[in-house]
Design a protein around this ligand. Sequence first.
Ligand code: BF8
Length: 689
Amino acid sequence: MDRKHKKVGKISDDSDSLVKCREVNRRDFLKAAAAAGIVGVVLGSTDVLAQGKKKALARGHKAAPGGFGPEPVTAELIERAHKLGIDLVWDRESHCEVALAGQGGAAGLCCFRCQMGPCTLGEATGSERGACGATKDVVVARGLVRRVAGGAAAHVEHMRSVAKTLKGMATGKIKGYEITDKAKLDAIYAGLGCTGENKALAVAEESLADLGKDEGIPAWLQYKANSERKACWEKLGIMPTGAGAEISETCHRTNMGVDADMIHLATDALKLGLVDGYCGLHPATALQDVLFGTPKLVSSLANLTVIGADKINIVVHGHEPLLSEKIVEAAEKFLAPPQPINVVGICCTGNEILMRRGVPLAGSMVQQELAIVTGAIEAMVVDVQCIMPNIQRVARHFHTKVITTNPHARIEGATHVEFKPEEADEIAKKIVQMAVDNFAQRDHSKVMIPRIPPAKVMAGFSVEQIIAALAKVNPSDPLKPLIDAIAANNIRGITAIVGCVTPRDPYGYRHLVLTRRLLAENVLVVGTGCWAHVVGQRGLLEPNPDYPGVGAGLRAVLDAVAKANGLPALPPCWHMGSCVDNSRIEDVLNPVAAYLKVKISDLPVAASAPEFITEKAVAIGVWAVNLGVLTHIGGQPYISGSEKMVKLLTADVENLIGGRFYVETNPEKAAKEILVHINAKRQKLGLPV
Ligand code: BF8
């Protein structure tokens, strides 16, 4: 059916019709608004610095405790931006007077749920109750639950895009994609209990059905969670049904005048953590592996200096690899460009194409503005999530084209080239051509790329790759070398360090200190997300045979596995991918727990998001707690206004579910506490400490 002529509100019987209607509706609205002369508010043309609001500048490269030095590339580019009068994420902060004091917004005590407010409770105002009578506990709980819903929705929509592309490919409507990992498709087909000859179609439909379910638990939860966890969640009454129903119910329950019981609301947060894990993370990761391949060891480079002064530079940024994969291909196939084309990645899109194609990592979330500040970016191509609208404001200083591509996300002033998987190759080619054409507009006198080489990185640690590497040590029982190393205390435990980078600290401080402290104590560190950018830039993903700073036991294990695989060394930390790839971590924990015949909560493991900033990170953290894992976070997630909520999430929940949150800003203290936790778990298992 021709989508242009479909009437809004008229729903056909094809399963995509609701989404199509919404898309048509939105485009029609934009056209109508433009015809009526209505334009969005253009981002301020005056820079914050130029307005004389200089404050708290350069937090990104100030000195940190313990002689922690600034990351030199970042520091040089921050300085350059400031000389040009460009304000950066480090320069902008909350404008609410009571927020940062921890008494209002930061404590989770500001409520906007209705027009009787807004109400700010607690110390800031002396109010104990909002206009409706909601207590601090209820206001805090409602805010948290909505944030977890927001994070889960982001991962669910990511997964929806991938599943719909797989479905389109399976039905022949989408031509540009193919099955790259057939074995994985077979495993998922069996794991989900699918039927039918067209396996890709069956898997895609089953995955999409999980989003629309109104009763019964998600098939992916049945498939991926272990039976002990399922029994625990069942007993607690937090088993979710479909993602759409759960997220919708949350939006309802957190309206003014609906759910006003903190504990009852908190159960929703736990349930949404499971939605995040099993309707978002797991299927997104696995279906991407089916389409683009399961990562294998790959070598590349990391830091903003992967941008080349003599190259046409295209940055791909965001989270979904559907288009970025195609842009890499289109750039490779581009005939006779005036200069070599250099595609580099930012945020998790960067992690996705590093893991599968070895594309260099340009930078983390907080470095996205700095990539443009080099003056050498022809196009920054963005999809969804963690894309700061300010990139368009920075791009105005240079020739850089910011190109939005996702139907869900536009930025005022940016060029929009809408991505449709049916036309993926043509769209990718068009975008690469736009970048090539834009090279002629580059002002070479404005190019400044620090003369510091990028760091070497090795990535690609999917579960399949880890098992394959261990199988070279023990072909008949691949997990045994890992279990033996843990039992002998050569590996004290495992910690997954994940998530964002905060601009409220010297760049990467908490990630680096925590990672280094744990490595020195023989803790195997695996990780994902922006953590990987930060530690990669500082050499912690480099396979260096000297293993600097790594404890002797861990070094011996890494060395033995490397030698068995014919490699001079393995990196001290294992990069497992983007934030949706946190699902891979459960796929390690489950077999290790099964091998030892214990629960995940009995293992000497921990999770940490020391610099978390996004709602997605909060949702992932709740999922990790649901798995039974101690989950460190580097700041309270706007809940400190409720003592009861803090107690519930950092203590009481452990008795119910096995995991809990642990909040600590100081990475030195966090490392100590994580080690205490790991040692306690070892002792309980009767292992040496
Ligand atoms: O999903 S780590 S800042 S880029 S949210 Fe965003 Fe946080 Fe980076 Fe990836 Ni994850």
